[in-house]
Structures are given as C-alpha cells and as structure tokens.
Design a protein around this ligand. Structure first.
Ligand SMILES: [Fe+2]
Ligand SMILES: [Fe+2]
Length: 293
C-alpha cells in the first residue's frame, strides 16, 4: 500500500488532459490531488474520475485555480466560498475526500489531513508593510491573476478568508489527533506551509500569493510525517526537523513536457508520500530538486 501525491494538473491544457489518461492502475494505493486541478467543474470531474478509477482512496484540496470565477463558466457565476463549496460537492459525488470531510487514518499509520489555507501576503520582506505589499510586487511587474479572479466572498478580503481558514484547520487537525492519539499526520495543502520553501527566482515577488507565515510551525506542532504541497510548479523534496516536505506539482505543459524525453509519463511524476525514505540523520537534509520525478 503506497500513498502518492501530485499537484497542479492544470487540465485546461489538452496536453495535461492527455497525460492524465495515461494514469496507471494502483488498486491498493492512495492518491492526493493537492490543488490546481483546473478551473471548471469539467476539469474536476475528469481528474476525479481518472483518480478513482485507478486508486483505492483519493483526496483533493483546492488550489487557487479551482476558486477562480470565470465569465466563461456556466451561470450562476459562483464566487469565493460558494465556488469552493461546489468543488467539494463534485468531489463527494465521486467519493473523493476533501478538507471538509473527516480526516481519516491511512494504513493504520498516519492521519491524512487535506487542508485549505490560502495566503495573506505575509511572505514579504520585513520592511514592506502589508498596505504596500501589492505595490512592492507591481514594481517588478508581478500581479497574480488571483487579484482579478479569486474573490473572497463572503469575507471582506483574501487575507481575512485566510485567517478564518487557518483557525478552522488548526482546530480540525487538533481534533483528529485527539481522536487518533499517537498517530502522526500527513498534511496536504495547495500552498506551501513555510516561506523558506518558496524558491521562484523568475518571479520572486509572487511570494505574496504563496502562503501565510501563520502555518510555519504546523509540521512540528501537528507532528507531521510528511507535508505535501503544490502551487509553485517547482517540484522538490526538503527535510526540516525530521519532517519531509514534498512539492509535487506537475505544472503547465511547457514546464514538464521535456520529462518525456527520459521515457517518463505522468506515472513517473507521482510523488511517493508513504512509505517514502527514512529520515536523514539529524532530521535535516539538503534540498533535492524533483523536476525529473
Ligand atoms: Fe498551479
Ligand atoms: Fe496554484
């Protein structure tokens, strides 16, 4: 029994939809889809159908793309929490577990906690004030599409929605740990939990839309065995305090299609979350790029 993860399938691209069709059967295994499956109900349906056809258990957490409100989508144009709720409904129709479902135990060993935390613009230098953060990013021509398409309704702002989500999922993970004493967790989120895991040299100021400092100690506080994320499209593995961090994005076609030259397909890019390797001596290891699987 293995637990795998992949993020950022971005199924608006035909190339990625074709790749998804190549997913191989893993009848004993589990799969975490950690966000940015796509923007529409159709994208979610495609991903959930393929994942459930091939895996025994499937989890999903939302990315920013799932939360986009597009003029091209069928009416009514759902915004913010309503769009998220619709995604959860679709997942449940397919038997896929979401952050809104009970956190369940996998293989008698870990509690799998898919969460949803968003961002609050706190991944910025200490001398940049919150109210100047967007201007700071704009100075380098960086503005996330989220500013136009990801609405926080009914919350007054994306920061406020983020704070509400962080509080909710802190409580939910605590409750799950009380219900399953002694078990470690696997925390799966679209956004990285820590700022020091964000490395995006081409658009460094995009960090504003990459997470919140409120989650920086979750890996130790909630005794995580592995923390899974996507969003950055920079696949890598890190170790911190004996906890493995897996950034497991697939990404846009141009970012991964050359992997095929090595003979790999989407199956070679599924990240093994469990059992995975043993922790390195001292619990820390050098970061490892995982672009090639
Ligand atoms: Fe993405
Ligand atoms: Fe994303």
């Amino acid at each position: 029994m293995k637990l795998y993860a992949i993020g950022d399938l971005h199924l608006s691209y035909e190339y990625n939809r074709k790749a998804l069709e190549e997913l191989a059967p893993h009848p004993e295994d589990g799969l975490i889809l950690c966000g940015d499956v796509g923007e529409s109900a159709d994208h979610l349906e495609l991903a959930f159908r393929a994942a459930k056809r091939n895996f025994r258990q499937v989890w999903w957490c939302p990315g920013n793309h799932e939360l986009y409100t597009l003029g091209s989508s069928p009416r009514p144009h759902l915004r913010g929490e309503a769009k998220y709720a619709r995604c959860v409904e679709i997942a449940r129709e397919h038997g896929v577990l979401t952050p809104e479902d009970d956190f369940v135990v996998w293989d008698g060993e870990v509690i799998v906690c898919p969460v949803f935390t968003l961002y609050d613009y706190s991944f910025r230098p200490p001398d940049v004030a919150r109210e100047d953060a967007l201007k700071w990013a704009e100075e380098r021509d960086t503005v996330a599409t989220d500013e136009f398409l990801l609405h926080p309704d009914p919350h007054p702002s994306r920061d406020e929605w983020c704070r509400v989500l962080v509080r909710r999922f802190e409580e939910k993970i605590e409750e799950a740990r009380k219900a399953h004493p002694g078990l470690r967790t696997v925390i799966a989120n679209h956004w990285p939990l820590r700022e020091d895991l964000v490395f995006i040299p081409r658009v460094p100021r995009f960090s504003l839309w990459c997470g919140t400092t409120l989650t920086k100690d979750w890996h130790t506080r909630f005794d995580a065995k592995v923390v899974v994320s996507g969003h950055l499209h920079v696949p890598r593995t890190d170790w911190k305090a004996g906890v493995r961090f897996e950034e497991c994005s697939l990404g846009y076609p141009k970012q991964w299609q050359d992997v095929r030259t090595t003979g790999k397909d989407i199956n070679g890019l599924l990240r093994e979350i469990l059992p995975g390797p043993p922790p390195p001596p001292g619990g820390e290891a050098e970061m490892k790029w995982r672009r090639w699987g």
